[in-house]
Design a protein around this ligand. Structure first.
Ligand code: CP3
Length: 352
């Protein structure tokens, strides 16, 4: 691994790629989780033409446009593929629906028997429009901008697959993990395989980096966290690197808190996402200093704007700016965010 960390990206590589190769750049690159979405009027307009949310995800022409909208408006350093973490269960044969205002709904896999409804392997042909979107977005972006692909972490995706929907504490999945750990391990293993294939396909289509979103594992006690979050994500990274050598990977174990040091010690990612509630200095000392941190401006400070937003940005720059840093939020952009506040955030980072 030390060998890999020493390999520098070339000077004309996108800033995000250079930081993920261990360089500290000033000003640091900036992009935002959920930078495309309903807070942008141009997204809302296009969303109406598309039909359902999944139809939009599987329409390369429209999905490319949505991917590029925030880059055009704010000149961010990276675009993130417009898609969703739940296309993986969809391509494994599970029924997935997005109901306006209610979030995603899946036919829950509540027992091991119900796993027989899943395909043996992910149907990559079904996701061909997603890879086509990656190809088109990469072709349209300037070389200085990075394109990020992504997937959900096996644990986070499993919580939706077992529970059928998002829920405060992901109780159905956690219950299965306690009552029938072999069944839950089987599901997690299937998701490691499927997610690796999905990330490799995005990298081969032109993504410059990939991010693994683990939105829900922070709630787990340490023993469960290392079994269901850390170990599967470590295996996922290794599988991706075996098939796409040199791939740049960002892992985001949201809310890992004091569990971050063990996580970062075991997961061979190039960058680690930090959530809003984390202590920035503790996060920095938890992760080997040449590996990048990404975060962690409060999305609610972004809604507030003004001096509160400036302070939130400055705190991140001051705490993390001496090492490789990617400025981002601690979670996604909220729907009520005024777009001008995003412009102000980018300006503040660039003026640093
Ligand atoms: O970041 C981006 O701009 C890229 C696209 C992206 C979406 N979802 C688009 C989306 C990404 C990276 C995601 C990740 C995702 N999806 C996560 C992990 C990150 C996180 O937020 O914790 C999770 C848990 C999901 C599952 C999901 N998809 C939920 C819970 C919801 C409903 C909540 C909501 O905000 O509406 C979605 C729908 C979704 N995914 C929307 C978008 C833009 C809104 C759909 C709409 O336009 O109606």
């Amino acid at each position: 691994m030390a060998e890999r960390l020493r390999s520098k990206a070339s000077a004309d590589a996108p800033k995000l790629v250079r930081v993920l190769s261990g360089e500290a750049l000033w000003p640091p690159p900036v992009w935002l989780m959920r930078q495309a979405g309903r807070y942008l009027p141009e997204y809302r307009e296009l969303r109406e033409q598309a039909g359902g949310f999944l139809d939009l995800c599987y329409n390369p022409e429209l999905a490319t446009e949505v991917t590029l909208q925030p880059i055009r408006r704010f000149d961010l350093d990276a675009a993130i593929l417009f898609s969703d973490i739940l296309v993986v269960p969809h391509a494994l044969g599970q029924d997935v629906r997005f109901v306006q205002g209610e979030g995603p709904q899946l036919d829950p896999l509540s027992t091991r028997d119900s796993f027989s409804r899943l395909k043996d392997a992910i149907d990559l042909d079904m996701l061909a429009p997603v890879y086509e979107t990656v190809r088109r977005a990469r072709a349209e972006l300037a070389r200085s901008k990075a394109l990020i692909g992504f997937c959900g972490a096996p644990y986070t995706v499993a919580t939706y697959m077992v529970g059928g929907r998002g829920g405060e504490e992901q109780a159905p999945a956690r219950l299965m993990a306690y009552r029938d750990p072999d069944a839950f391990a089987d599901l997690i293993d299937r998701l490691v395989e499927a997610s690796a294939a999905h990330l490799v396909a995005q990298l081969k289509a032109g993504a410059d980096a990939v991010q693994i979103f683990d939105s829900w594992s922070g709630d787990l006690p340490s023993r469960e966290f290392s079994r269901w979050s850390t170990a599967p994500i470590a295996k996922l990274c290794e599988k991706v690197r075996a098939e796409a050598p040199g791939a740049k990977i960002i892992a985001f174990p949201r809310g890992a808190g004091a569990k971050l040091a063990d996580f970062a010690g075991a997961v061979p990612a190039d960058g680690f996402g930090i959530a809003t509630s984390e202590d920035l200095h503790a996060a920095r000392s938890a992760v080997y200093s040449c590996r990048a941190l990404q975060g962690a401006v409060d999305p609610i400070a972004l809604v507030a704007g003004g001096a509160a937003l400036d302070r939130a940005v400055d705190d991140v720059l001051e705490a993390l700016g001496r090492n490789p840093l990617i400025v981002n939020l601690g979670h996604g952009v909220r729907q009520e965010t005024p777009p001008e506040h995003v412009a102000r955030l980018v300006e503040r980072v660039r003026a640093a």
